[in-house]
Design a binder for this molecule. Structure first.
Ligand code: MLT
Length: 253
């Protein structure tokens, strides 16, 4: 079967995925700052599963049914507080630095973030959906090289309704790692664009984050600033995470 490789840069593109047949596609979803980096970190530190949900009310409903779950996520980048939920403070925000083993080992975490959750949901009909981050990119690339899925769609969560530099760079880094296996197939210009941008900025990803809207937002907040450095670390985690058909994100065994 001929192969294809494409990158989606914006929410408008992934929102249109409902019109496409994804039954033979592997999607890798990137929300580098910060949702997918946080999910990968949580699993690396022993979390059993993560349930991404769109609304705070969905998270609260799950907690009612399963009191042991941790509630996590952000609105405007900050942890969700009692005033936003009608009385319940969320246990965790969306900072990977909070997801230490002491907090998350053996736990199921319900998380609600903005773009990251939206992008994951948009890919729900794909044959497989992987959670992308710089932290575990080598593991993802090696899984793809082993499995060689015919149609590969790298989905950038973006910032509000726009493209995000950090997600585009991560997609480009993954393109670079798997290029020889797809180069003879149908390569979308979007894959070509991201692959060509990554080498220009890879030696100073932190500097590049000063030019990203999400990066600027986090760097301007003393409590969140360090998340930028954490999320652009490369190859610190060796696992592959997938969004399973039951809606849970788990380590791929
Ligand atoms: C999102 O899901 O839009 C982001 O992860 C937001 C954030 O940085 O908390």
């Amino acid at each position: 079967m001929s192969k294809s490789l494409e990158v989606l840069f914006t929410p408008a593109e992934y929102n249109a995925l409902s019109q496409r047949d994804l039954s033979d596609s592997l999607c890798v979803v990137f929300d580098i700052l910060r949702a997918t980096s946080t999910m990968v970190t949580a699993l690396a530190n022993g979390a059993t599963a993560i349930i991404p949900v769109a609304e705070i009310s969905e998270a609260l409903a799950i907690r009612q049914r399963q009191p042991a779950v941790l509630l996590a996520g952000e609105r405007d980048g900050m942890r969700i507080r009692a005033a936003q939920t009608g009385g319940i403070d969320f246990d965790l925000g969306n900072s990977p630095r909070e997801y230490i083993r002491e907090r998350v080992d053996g736990k199921t975490i319900v998380i609600t973030t903005t773009n990251g959750t939206r992008a994951l949901r948009a890919c729900a009909t794909a044959k497989k959906v992987l959670i992308g981050s710089f932290l575990n990119l080598r593991s993802i690339a090696s899984w793809i090289r082993d499995q060689l899925p015919p149609h590969l769609l790298l989905v950038c969560s973006g910032t509000h309704e726009q493209a995000a530099l950090e997600d585009t760079l991560a997609a480009g880094a993954l393109c670079e790692k798997i290029w020889p296996h797809y180069a003879l197939g149908r390569i979308a210009d979007s894959a070509e664009i991201s692959r060509r941008i990554y080498p220009l900025l890879q030696s100073d990803l932190y500097g590049a984050m000063r030019h990203s809207r999400n990066g600027q937002r986090l760097l301007a907040n003393p409590a969140l600033r360090e998340d930028v450095r954490t999320c652009i670390q490369r190859e610190t985690i060796s696992l592959v995470a997938e969004l399973c058909k039951d809606g849970m994100v788990k380590k791929l065994e």
